[in-house]
Design a protein around this ligand. Structure first.
Ligand SMILES: [Ca+2]
Ligand SMILES: [Ca+2]
Ligand SMILES: [Ca+2]
Ligand SMILES: [Ca+2]
Length: 361
């Protein structure tokens, strides 16, 4: 009798444990960033300050500092520096793409000049957002990246590449005091077309702008170049800059409490610009998108202060059915448990492939 009771208790305890662990696995999901995989800013006026680089810091310690600043709301902000600088982060679970709904919000420090009117611009330093799925299941962001096609996708340069060069020790400064610049030829960059320019140094930020913890004397970045968004204007005898707000699809572009800071994974596209139709993603990469200097305001550099999964409890089964792009009418049918789409008399699978060996009587 005693043995029977004991067995019964063991079963009950183990069943309880299973229930508890299932419940915990859902409850433990955080809506906020849990891990920074890589932090590699391009040179910029807040580099080595946000986060602060101390003597002895290296890539791993700077990654951990970025992770500490991003892994809870309001804990801090990191700079990505000039064009191409990036951060790669993820959550403690895959972010599900619910069709037709926003999935992710990326936090930055953008604001409107007139809080009720984004058409008047403000401080927008748009960062291009890339997403990726851990297709090879190794837990590392070494899989295919898909760009979120924001409002400027058609006007962007895709496959852009740029190299920054560490300032040589015998460098001679070329100041421009009228614009508060202590060096207009501070950090040289050259793109793949041979075009060149400089990250300038302004008198408000005099620390090293080149990431001090990186040992390479040149930094190569590749990605998407957004069109410039700054318009200079004169006010009170000074040149100021109106930073235009792009409509949708970028980080550090709209204020954090605005709908414009929300992103939809439905916007992910392949390298050929076709819909990627991702049901979920594991990794997010945010990359400074414009290559622009604004006088005494300095280079345009995306900031990131966190990210939020807008539906952390969702599972891939919540993702819904994916539309086949280009078809106006979409009649969905189930055949042997599989979803197909009827377009006129023709049948397509959910990836848009025409099916010719199914007949409906
Ligand atoms: Ca979605
Ligand atoms: Ca992987
Ligand atoms: Ca900035
Ligand atoms: Ca900013």
């Amino acid at each position: 009798m005693a043995v029977k009771l004991c067995r019964c208790s063991v079963y009950r305890v183990s069943a309880l444990c299973v229930c508890m662990s299932l419940w915990l696995s859902l409850a433990a999901r955080s809506a906020y960033i849990s891990k920074v995989y890589e932090y590699k800013p391009a040179p910029g006026q807040f580099v080595n300050l946000m986060p602060a680089c101390a003597d002895g810091d290296a890539e791993e310690s700077m990654r951990l500092k970025a992770e500490a600043l991003l892994s809870s709301p309001d804990s801090g902000t990191i700079t990505l520096g000039g064009w191409g600088g990036y951060v790669i982060f993820g959550f403690d679970h895959p972010v599900v793409n619910i069709q037709g709904e926003y999935d992710l919000r990326i936090l930055g420090n953008a604001f409107y000049a007139d809080k009720n009117d984004p058409s008047k611009g403000g401080s927008s330093e748009p960062g291009v957002v890339w997403v990726s799925r851990d297709d090879n299941l190794n837990g590392k962001p070494d899989d295919t990246w898909y760009e979120l096609a924001g409002s400027e996708y058609e006007r962007s340069v895709h496959g852009y590449q740029l190299t920054y060069f560490r300032t040589p020790s015998d460098h001679k400064r070329t100041p421009k005091p009228a614009e508060d610049l202590v060096d207009t030829t501070y950090i040289l960059w050259r793109d793949q077309n041979g075009k060149r320019g400089y990250i300038t140094q302004n008198r408000y930020h005099l620390q090293d702008y080149y990431p001090k913890w990186l040992t390479d004397d040149r930094l190569v970045f590749a990605g998407t170049l957004l069109p410039d968004n700054a318009v200079p204007y004169a006010e009170e005898g000074k040149t100021k800059y109106m930073m235009g707000i792009y409509a949708f699809g970028y980080a550090d572009n709209h204020p954090n409490d605005n709908e414009g800071s929300k992103l939809n994974l439905d916007w992910a596209v392949t390298q050929r610009g076709e819909p990627a139709r991702l049901d979920r993603i594991d990794f997010v990469k945010v990359q400074t998108g414009v290559n622009q200097q604004c006088g005494w305001i300095g280079e345009t550099s995306t900031e990131v202060s966190g990210a939020i999964d807008l539906h952390p409890q969702a599972t891939p089964s919540d993702a819904g059915e994916f539309q086949v792009s280009g078809f106006k009418s979409q009649k969905k049918i189930l055949i042997d448990g599989h979803l197909y789409i009827m377009h006129g008399d023709e049948i397509y699978d959910i990836l848009g492939n025409r099916i010719t060996n199914i007949y409906i009587q």
